[in-house]
Design a protein around this ligand. Sequence first.
Ligand SMILES: [Fe+2]
Ligand SMILES: [Fe+2]
Length: 470
Amino acid sequence: MASINTTDKIPNNVNLANDRTLQRALEHWQPHFIDWWQHLGPSDFQTADVYLRTATSVDADGWASYGAVQMPNYRWGIFLADPVADRRIGFGDNMGQPAWQQVPGEFRSTLRRLIVTQGDTEPASVEQQRLLGHTCPSLYDLRNLFQVNVEEGRHLWAMVYLLHAYFGRDGREEAEELLARHSGDADKPRILTTFNEPISDWLSFYCFTYFTDRDGKYQLKSFAESAFDPLSRTCRFMLTEEAHHMFVGETGIGRVVKRTLEVMKELGTDDPAKIRAAGAVDLPLLQKYLNFWCSSSLDLFGSEVSSNSAANFANGLKGRPDESQYEDHVLRAAHFKLQTPKGVEDVPMLNALNEVMRESYLKDCEIGLKRWNRAIERAGHAFRLALPSPHFRRSIGAWVDAPVTPEGKVIPREEFEKRRYEWIPAEADRAFVRSLMQRVVAPGRMAGWVAPPERGINNLPVDYEYVRLS
Ligand SMILES: [Fe+2]
Ligand SMILES: [Fe+2]
């Protein structure tokens, strides 16, 4: 079984000790990573004891061991899911051939670019969230934030391992660049726009982990299908960690809804002004945050029609999430009916794979909505939360800047401009949410805008001291 060697400087299940050159190169990168973490990781909590889970092996019962750790001492390691014997390429023009254990020369630069783009999002999100600890609604939430942060750090390790192990000198240079770009930096920003916006309130954090980490899930799922086997194995293990990030988002928004419903009941009203005066998030305001984060995460899938994604699929670099659920894995003869502002267009399926992925992502996003709406319905209210139309507020692709309502209706541009802040947070909305963000750090206490979780972490009580502040 693939258990790790914990006496190594870098915990790993890839036999690093047998490859001295690679081990030395990664040990050289390690202090740069720690330095980055100290300067751009969570601000101010580096000496706190945090109750964190650490991966100690990739099998079902060993991958999550819990204990109090100071974050800079977290054991970031390199873990690949166990190999599948005689794994074959599952899609594209090379379907059925053996998966690659090395990078084929002709795909070297494309694969490197894909790995770098994925890798760049991991430290970016840590940077975006670095100030959130100061306004945590509870110790339970603070711990979850830091758990997400250290795991995004580990995901960076996962991508840096691939760059060092399979891409030679170029890979080592890219690994340095991953620490040199910074979220929001004027000269050296992160690669994708969404990852350059600061996340300065916890409602945004819950939305980010619900929508944007879920984009991460779909990217990882499509890489898990890759013909490049080390990438596939790396991403398969990352997915087990990613699930917790979306749990934080789904339960976080669920707790906001629960608290709002309690306040509505206490006050006997659904008047947003009264709910806000009582220090809770009214449901229409929550809807604006969902509209904002869902639409910006949809852009991460890229343009509806893309020759890059066609080539990546045909060449076996990147599959569809859950490729095995489809019947046709080659797609040379398939077509896709694409909705554009000009009407329905018939495009080759291979070119529409970003859209295919976006559709399955949106289906996955519905799960939380159903749960939150059930709570609203049980409380006897007619209001329902909804995902915005995928044509709403898009900044790339066929629907770029189209004046479309969250319900998907095309309206005159002036009307769209006039009504924009009925649909996404206006500055006054954001200021109100910021005003709610007061730090609560007594064990078991919660800020007034969010209900306590149903259970604690790893069977511990909710009032456990998940972070011991020093
Ligand atoms: Fe990640
Ligand atoms: Fe994540």
